[in-house]
Design a protein around this ligand. Structure first.
Ligand code: PRP
Length: 187
C-alpha cells in the first residue's frame, strides 16, 4: 500500500465490493429511467472514477457533463459559502439530471446543486452518491441512490483524496493520520 503521506491506510471497501455495488446502482437507475435520456452530472473532482464505472453499466441514452464547486472556511469541515468553480458546458433546460457524487457529508453541496440546477431549468434532479455519511449532516437533503452508508471517517481512494493523493487507488480506504489519536477525520 502506498505511504507517501504521514499516515496509514486501512482498506474500507475492496474493489470487488465497489464493482458489485456500482452494478446494482446502475440496475436501479436504468429501471427508474427506462426509455428516458438522462444527463449524468459529475461533481469534480472526486466523482470522476465513480462516474466512469457507473456510466459503463448504463445501457440507455446518456449525456455527460461536469461541474466543480468549492467551499471556504477555517474549520476542519468547509464552512464558507459554496462557490461554483466550473459550470456545466451544456444546456440543462428540460433535462433529467442525475448528479453523481463521491461522498455526501454535511449535505451543503447537494443543497447548493439542487438550487443551481433548478435555476438552470433542469426538469428533474436526482442524486446518486457512492458514499453517504449521515452522522455529519447539517442540511436536510434527500439522496435517491446511495452506494454505502459509512461512519464519519476520512476516506480516500476510488477518486477521493487527501491533499490530492490516493485518488488512483482502486479501493476505498480509511486514512489514519500519523500521530493523531483520533486518526480519522472527515473528507
Ligand atoms: C467532497 C464531495 C462533495 C463534497 C461533499 O468534495 O465530492 O462534493 O465534498 O461535502 P458536503 O456534503 O459537506 O457539502 P471535496 O471538497 O472533497 O472536493 P474534491 O471532490 O474535488 O476532492
Amino acid at each position: 500500500m502506498p505511504s507517501s503521506l504521514p499516515g496509514t491506510l486501512r482498506v474500507l471497501i475492496p474493489a470487488s465490493r465497489i464493482r458489485k455495488r456500482v452494478r446494482e446502482l446502475a440496475r436501479s437507475i436504468s429501471r427508474d429511467f427506462q426509455g428516458q435520456e438522462i444527463t449524468l452530472l459529475c461533481v469534480l473532482k472526486g466523482s470522476f472514477v465513480f462516474l466512469a464505472d457507473l456510466v459503463r453499466e448504463l445501457p440507455g441514452l446518456v449525456h455527460i457533463d461536469f461541474l466543480a464547486v468549492s467551499s471556504y472556511g477555517s474549520g476542519v469541515r468547509p464552512s464558507g459559502p459554496i462557490r461554483l468553480v466550473k459550470d456545466v458546458a451544456s444546456s440543462l433546460r428540460g433535462r433529467k439530471v442525475l448528479v453523481v457524487e463521491d461522498v455526501v457529508d454535511t449535505g451543503r453541496t447537494v443543497a447548493f446543486l439542487r438550487r443551481h440546477l433548478a435555476r438552470k431549468g433542469a426538469r428533474a434532479v436526482r442524486i446518486c452518491a457512492l458514499l453517504d455519511k449521515p452522522s455529519v449532516r447539517s442540511v436536510p437533503i434527500s439522496l435517491d441512490y446511495v452506494g454505502f452508508r459509512i461512519p464519519d471517517r476520512f476516506v480516500v481512494g476510488y477518486g477521493l483524496d487527501v491533499a490530492e493523493r490516493y485518488r488512483n487507488l482502486p479501493y476505498l480506504a480509511v486514512f489514519h493520520r500519523k500521530n493523531s489519536a483520533k486518526a480519522d477525520r472527515p473528507n
